[in-house]
Ligand binder design. Sequence first.
Ligand SMILES: Nc1nc2c(ncn2[C@@H]2O[C@H](COP(=O)(O)OP(=O)(O)OP(=O)(O)O)[C@@H](O)[C@H]2O)c(=O)[nH]1
Ligand SMILES: [Mg+2]
Length: 393
Amino acid sequence: MSKTAYVRTKPHLNIGTMGHVDHGKTTLTAAITKVLAERGSGTFVPFDRIDRAPEEAARGITINIAHVEYETDTRHYAHVDMPGHADYVKNMVTGAAQLDGAILVVSALDGIMPQTAEHVLLARQVGVDHIVVALNKADAVDDGEDAVLTDLVELEVRELLTAHGYGGDAVPVVRVSGLKALEGDARWTASIDALLDAVDTYVPMPERYVDAPFLLPVENVLTITGRGTVVTGAVERGTVRVGDRVEVLGAEVDTVVTGVETFGKPMEEAQAGDSVALLLRGVPRDAVRRGHIVAAPGSVVPSRRFSAQVYVLSTREGGRTTPVATGYRPQFYIRTADVVGDVDLGEMAVARPGETVTMTVELGREVPLEPGLGFAIREGGRTVGAGTVTAVV
Ligand SMILES: Nc1nc2c(ncn2[C@@H]2O[C@H](COP(=O)(O)OP(=O)(O)OP(=O)(O)O)[C@@H](O)[C@H]2O)c(=O)[nH]1
Ligand SMILES: [Mg+2]
């Protein structure tokens, strides 16, 4: 089994598609890989390979986010295709947490829909600072009367972005057709080129904390027969190499990294921002779970209590219809972890939908926490709040 090693020749960024169900995220993702494959940089990943990641078929585990990789002239990208269904927001939260930028896909035919707004809100909350808009299905609107409607959709999207602090006037909005580009239509292939140019220029290279102690939140755990247990995820900070000692917080095991890969290619050193798979020596498959943290030994201390600033989603945004009070016990999505927590609102006592409040939270188990860390609050399968840790108590 000879595998070509990953050679770092261009800066690496993590981006992804998000947006309402059926607005064309997966089609656009496939189209991007096709257009770039034809330029000679990357492999075409057809639609049905994105919606159904090979891992999902082979192992019967649910990987609700599909990763593809591609290169433009200046950058190497890992791209996640976010599912649009409300049920999958949890995956969006954990997937979006590692995004340096996002492509918001909005159908020019339908305009802003509830999940368009929900994804923008979540993106803001998990720290995605740059959004480029793909006004998709532009092929299906004719150049006459419909053009006015498309202008209105564009205006509406810019307003939505501004309302969430994205400076909507400056955001690139590119009219594209993923479907026609996939069919090889020259006009629409050019629209994908324009979209990629917008991503290349508008999404800046983020600061990578490569000198900090290594930390990787575990997204998935797999077993490779004959090799051992593999964890996957994005390196949040630091670097890791084969032979490095690490600890798995949550599993409370110390181990050694015996393999580092990205997109199936072995790499000498993974660094902050890379999506990787780590082979861990002698760790039983069922000892490690999504939500655990692989870190440089002794570099993080998990805790249970923190104070936070939280925005309680309004009813219109899909949030609760009634206020929350002290004693409220929802699920907290922190990095890739999903932990129950007790809310104490102090003197405020209640928080109404649409309000921003401070609260103290006591989690059901310890997780690594630090000021500035973003999280989502979910209840009965929907997002009801989004917050930021202000202090670890
Ligand atoms: N006319 C037209 N139809 C499109 C375009 N892109 C996607 N579609 C169609 O829209 C439908 C949804 O496309 P998908 O790519 O599956 O949408 P999605 O956003 O990934 O959907 P979910 O993953 O289910 O949220 C399909 O029938 C596509 O063929 C486009 O550019 N033009
Ligand atoms: Mg899809």
